[in-house]
Design a protein around this ligand. Structure first.
Ligand code: GLT
Ligand code: MN
Ligand code: MN
Length: 388
């Protein structure tokens, strides 16, 4: 049995807003006292995390004076140095303040759009000062309750204009920073623009500097949209755009739950970890989740340790799956190829097309072959249940 101790090479990170979540929800106030950013870093050090991420205002309150800002930064940097925790990612809060009630970059009000750009540039400066190499954009308020209010085509153009402007800002400042766009279908808005990772991937290709921009898919957000998260992440990985990932869990058809990684859909979490590990994903494994509202700070530590431990257990299970002879023989069998069709694949030519049109297929013989997927899936379940 492996030792499931988190190590820096696993790149396990948490946002200040995750372990710092005080349990407030739309129906009730906080159940835990707020901790300072420095104390949250110490908590992360205690549980063995690698990094901490933050929104500008998780670290520096929006109305802080320059003196207050300096004092907070000093304390925070001290805690980072004490614990060895690093800052791989930062982001902007473009959703809490009333000014963002109808969006930030997509607002109809040019003053709101300009303020959002200003706030983001300042937050980028702060993130870079603390070492961030990835900058996340989650546009929680970029949407509508009714499409009478905003032109959805204009909204796309405004989002593009903002991204292009901010890419140029990063280049101008010569920062070593990439952007990762995070989709969500709804909540807090009735509908949010660019609602899935797939939408984001298409949008990125329309930017002036697509090479600077990738995605930050979140398990819960794709599940809220009823989608297969593994497939969405596969698309991002295959196109070289998986810059960051938000790991958590979520029951389908529910509000945004942000549960501990693996708390609900273990099989899908397993195939996700397996894909990330098999393909040597090398960026942060960020747990964007929070502890149940029932917990005190000991429970928050249990939650954080649980996220990392489940990841490492699933990683071990993935290695087990890859080494299982029976599983591998089924995998080999279902992928077996006698090469007889090779002549038809690859680059198109008129001759190939003509030859393929003349090929005779025995449809019932081909369809008659059982694929053993029941067996393969059951073996997978048995590995997950520890029965193999
Ligand atoms: C917010 C949201 C998350 C985003 C964070 C980044 S903030 O908690 O629910 O999914 O990743 O802005
Ligand atoms: Mn979420
Ligand atoms: Mn997230």
């Amino acid at each position: 049995m492996t030792n499931y101790t988190p190590k820096p090479e696993h790149k396990f990170t948490f946002g200040l807003w995750t372990v710092g979540n005080t349990g407030r929800d739309p129906f009730g106030g906080p159940v835990r006292d707020a901790k300072s950013p420095a104390d949250l870093v110490r908590l992360l050090g205690e549980v063995g995390a690698y990094g901490v991420n933050f929104h500008d205002n998780d670290l520096i309150p929006i109305d802080a004076t320059p003196t207050e800002k300096d004092a907070i930064l000093k304390e925070f940097k001290k805690a980072l140095a004490e614990t060895g925790i690093v800052v791989p990612m930062a982001t902007t809060n473009l959703f809490t303040e009333p000014i963002f009630k109808d969006g930030a970059f997509t607002s109809n009000d040019s003053k709101v759009r300009a303020y959002a750009l200003q706030k983001t540039m300042n937050a980028i400066d702060l993130g870079v000062e603390l070492g961030a190499k990835i900058y996340v954009f989650w546009g929680g308020r970029e949407g509508t309750e009714t499409d009478a209010t905003k032109n959805p085509i204009t909204a796309i153009k405004r989002s593009r204009e903002a991204m292009n402007f901010l890419c140029e800002y990063v280049k101008d400042k010569k920062y070593d920073l990439k952007f990762a766009l995070e989709a969500k279908p709804n909540e807090p808005r009735g509908d949010i623009y660019n609602s899935t990772t797939g939408h984001m991937l298409a949008f990125i290709n329309t930017l002036d500097h697509p090479e600077m921009v990738g995605v930050n898919p979140e398990v819960a957000h794709e599940h809220m949209a009823g989608l297969n998260f593994v497939h969405g992440v596969a698309q991002a990985m295959e196109s070289g755009k998986l810059f960051h990932i938000d790991l958590n869990d979520q029951a389908f058809g529910r509000y945004d739950q942000d549960f501990r990684f693996g708390a609900v859909n273990l099989k899908s979490a397993f195939f996700l970890v397996k894909m990330l590990e098999d393909n040597k994903y090398d960026s942060s494994r960020h747990f964007d989740a929070h502890a149940y509202r029932t917990e005190d700070y000991e429970g928050v530590k249990d939650f954080a340790r649980g996220c990392m431990r489940t990841y490492l257990i699933l990683k071990e299970k993935a290695a087990h799956w890859n080494a299982d002879k029976e599983i591998q023989s089924i995998v080999a069998e279902i992928n077996a190829d006698d090469g007889s069709m090779n002549q038809y694949f690859g680059k198109y030519s008129a001759e190939k097309a003509k030859a393929l049109q003349g090929q005779v297929f025995d449809r019932s013989a081909i369809a008659g072959r059982g694929l053993k997927y029941e067996k393969l899936d059951q073996l997978t379940v048995e590995i997950l249940l520890g029965a193999r």
